[in-house]
Design a protein around this ligand. Structure first.
Ligand SMILES: O=C(O)Cc1cc(O)ccc1O
Ligand SMILES: [Fe+2]
Length: 493
C-alpha cells in the first residue's frame, strides 16, 4: 500500500505520522494573552464545552490593501519614532519580515516590523520532516511531472476520515517553474478534518492564496487571527507562520502558490477609479498574541518544496504589536463589483480579476485570480456563456458552490485544467440550451454560484498523482463530443 490513496493521504500513513511527530490533541491558543504554560489543558476544556471543534471568538480586522498598518494588542507596545530602539516597549524584541528585497522600488516594497516576546530565531535546528510528505512540489520538471495538452477534469476529492490536518492534507495538482529561481506557481488542493496541533506552517517558497470550498478556516498568524469562510479567500504571504484550525471539521479547498512576486490589485484601465475588488474590502488581522510556553511546539517550514521541522518551547504567535504593509489578509468574494457588457458580446474573463501576480512583462500574469460571481447577463443577440476558445495562457478552474455557467456537470470541489492552446468552451448541454433560447432571451441573472480560475502565462506540468487519480474524470472530453454541425449554407444567416 502506498503512502497516499487517490489524491489524499493514506490513513495508515497519517496515524504513523502523528505517532512519530508525537502530536496529540488539537492545539488552540490561550486566547487572552496571559497564560504562562502550554494552553492544552485550557483548550481541551473549551473544546469539550463546544463539542469537537474550537470555539471562535469575535474578531475584527483592519481594512485596506497593502496599507501601512499599525496594530497593538497592548497600547504602547509599538515603539514611537523608530523601528528598533535599544530597549523596545514592554521588553519586546523587534524583528523585521521582508516580503520584497530591501532595495525594491518604494511602490512595491513590502515589509513589517513585529514586536514579539521572543524572536523567531529561538528554535532548535531544522530537520527534514519524516516521513516525507511526498505530495507537495515547488519544482516542476519531467522527473516529477507529466505534460499533457488534453482537457482535464477532477471530481471533488473525498475528505478522508483519518485524522488529517491542513499540512498533511495539502497536495499539489500542477505548476510550473521553480521556487529556487523565484519564478513560477503551484496549484494545490487540500482535504482535512482536524486542526493543526501545536504546530505552525511557514512557507519560505511563496505566497499562498487559499480558496476554502468546504469548512471554515480559523487561521492564527503572527499578525493576528482571521476566520475565513467558503466564499472568502485568504492570502498568507511568503514567510509568515500560521496555524490552521478547522472549527467545522471536514474541510476542502484550493491553494494557488506564487514564487517570486506578490498579489496586487489589477489596474482598472477605462473602468475608472472604482469597481471590481475595492481596496477597503481587504481585511488584515489585528495584533493578537499568545504568551504560552509550550514544549514541543513545531514550526513546519516549506523550503524548496520540501518540509522541515524545528522545535521550540513557545508559541510563535507571540507578537504583541506590529506595523507595516506586509501582512496576511482576507477578502469576501461577494463584495466584488463586476463590470461587463451592457449591449453585446461576451467580454473576456480578465474583467473579473480579483488579484493578479505580475511578471515583468506588462499585462502578462504569472497568476491571475479570476471569479465568475452572480451577475446579470443582458447582452443582445449574443451567445452569453463563455465562448469556445484556445488561450495562450493556461486555465485551472474550481467551483466553490452552485453551478458553472459553461458546464452542466462541473461539481463544487471539483477542478479542471485547460492548458495553453488546449481548445475548450461550453459543453454540449450549455451550448444547445442557449441556442434554443434564440435572440429573444431577456436579462438573465446568474445566481447562487461562485466559480473561479487561476490563469497563468506558464505552461503547467501535472503531478503524476493528479493525472492518475481516481477523482479524475476520464470521460470529460465527452461533454463536447455531442456538438454537431449547425452549418446550413442555404439559410443565408
Ligand atoms: O474557460 C472558461 O470557462 C473560463 C472562461 C470564461 C469566460 O467567460 C471566457 C473565457 C474563459 O476562458
Ligand atoms: Fe477558458
Amino acid at each position: 500500500m502506498g503512502k497516499w490513496n487517490e489524491l489524499g493521504p493514506n490513513p495508515l500513513f497519517l496515524s504513523q505520522l502523528s505517532l512519530i511527530s508525537g502530536t496529540s490533541s488539537p492545539r488552540r491558543s490561550s486566547g487572552s494573552n496571559s497564560a504562562t504554560t502550554c494552553p492544552d489543558q485550557k483548550r481541551k476544556k473549551a473544546k469539550n464545552q463546544m463539542g469537537d471543534h474550537p470555539s471562535i471568538p469575535d474578531v475584527d480586522y483592519l481594512p485596506g490593501f497593502h496599507n501601512h498598518f499599525s496594530s497593538e494588542a497592548i497600547p504602547g507596545a509599538l515603539p514611537s519614532g523608530q523601528n528598533n530602539p535599544l530597549l523596545c516597549p514592554l521588553g519586546l524584541y523587534a524583528e523585521q519580515i521582508s516580503g520584497t528585497s530591501f532595495t525594491s522600488p518604494r511602490k512595491s516594497n513590502l515589509r513589517t516590523w513585529l514586536y514579539r516576546i521572543k524572536p523567531s530565531v529561538t528554535h532548535e535546528p531544522f530537520q527534514p520532516r519524516l516521513p516525507a510528505h511526498g505530495k507537495l512540489l515547488s519544482e516542476f520538471d519531467a522527473s516529477n511531472c507529466c505534460a499533457t495538452p488534453t482537457q482535464l477534469r477532477w471530481k471533488p476529492v473525498v475528505i478522508p476520515d483519518a485524522p488529517t490536518d491542513f499540512v498533511d492534507g495539502l497536495f499539489t495538482m500542477c505548476g510550473a517553474g521553480s521556487s529556487y529561481l523565484r519564478h513560477g506557481f503551484a496549484i494545490h488542493m487540500y482535504t482535512a478534518n482536524k486542526s493543526m496541533d501545536n504546530a505552525a506552517f511557514c512557507n519560505a517558497d511563496g505566497d499562498f492564496l487559499i480558496v476554502p470550498q468546504e469548512g471554515r478556516l480559523w487561521i492564527t498568524t503572527e499578525c493576528g487571527r482571521l476566520l475565513v469562510s467558503p466564499g472568502e479567500v485568504v492570502v498568507l504571504p511568503q514567510g509568515f507562520r500560521f496555524n490552521v484550525a478547522l472549527p467545522d471539521g471536514p474541510s476542502r479547498g484550493y491553494v494557488a502558490e506564487i514564487f517570486g512576486t506578490h498579489f496586487q490589485l489589477p489596474d482598472l484601465g477605462p473602468i475608472g477609479a472604482n469597481g471590481l475588488a475595492a481596496p477597503r474590502d481587504f481585511l488584515a488581522p489585528k495584533a493578537w498574541y499568545d504568551d504560552s510556553s509550550c514544549p514541543g511546539y513545531t514550526v513546519i517550514q516549506k523550503y524548496g518544496g520540501e518540509l522541515f521541522v524545528a522545535r521550540q518551547d513557545f508559541s510563535p504567535f507571540n507578537v504583541v504589536a506590529w506595523h507595516g504593509n506586509y501582512v496576511p489578509y482576507k477578502y469576501d468574494l461577494t463584495k466584488f463589483c463586476p463590470f461587463n457588457t451592457v449591449l453585446m458580446d461576451h467580454g473576456d474573463p480578465s474583467v473579473n480579476t480579483v488579484l493578479t501576480a505580475p511578471t515583468d512583462k506588462p499585462g502578462v500574469a504569472l497568476l491571475d485570480f479570476v471569479i465568475f460571481p452572480p451577475r446579470w447577463l443582458v447582452a443582445e443577440h449574443t451567445f452569453r456563456p463563455p465562448y469556445f476558445h484556445r488561450n495562450c495562457m493556461s486555465e485551472f478552474m474550481g467551483l466553490i458552490h452552485g453551478g458553472y455557467e459553461a458546464k452542466a456537470d462541473f461539481l463544487p470541489g471539483g477542478a479542471s485544467l485547460h492548458s495553453c492552446m488546449t481548445p475548450h468552451g461550453p459543453d454540449t448541454k450549455t451550448f444547445e440550451a442557449n441556442i434554443a433560447q434564440g435572440n429573444e432571451a431577456g436579462p438573465h441573472r446568474i445566481k447562487d454560484t461562485m466559480a473561479f480560475m487561476f490563469e497563468s502565462c506558464l505552461i503547467p506540468r501535472i503531478c503524476k498523482w493528479a493525472l492518475n487519480s481516481p477523482s479524475r474524470d476520464p470521460d470529460y472530453y465527452k461533454c463536447w463530443i455531442g456538438l454537431r454541425p449547425h452549418f446550413s449554407p442555404q439559410s443565408g444567416k
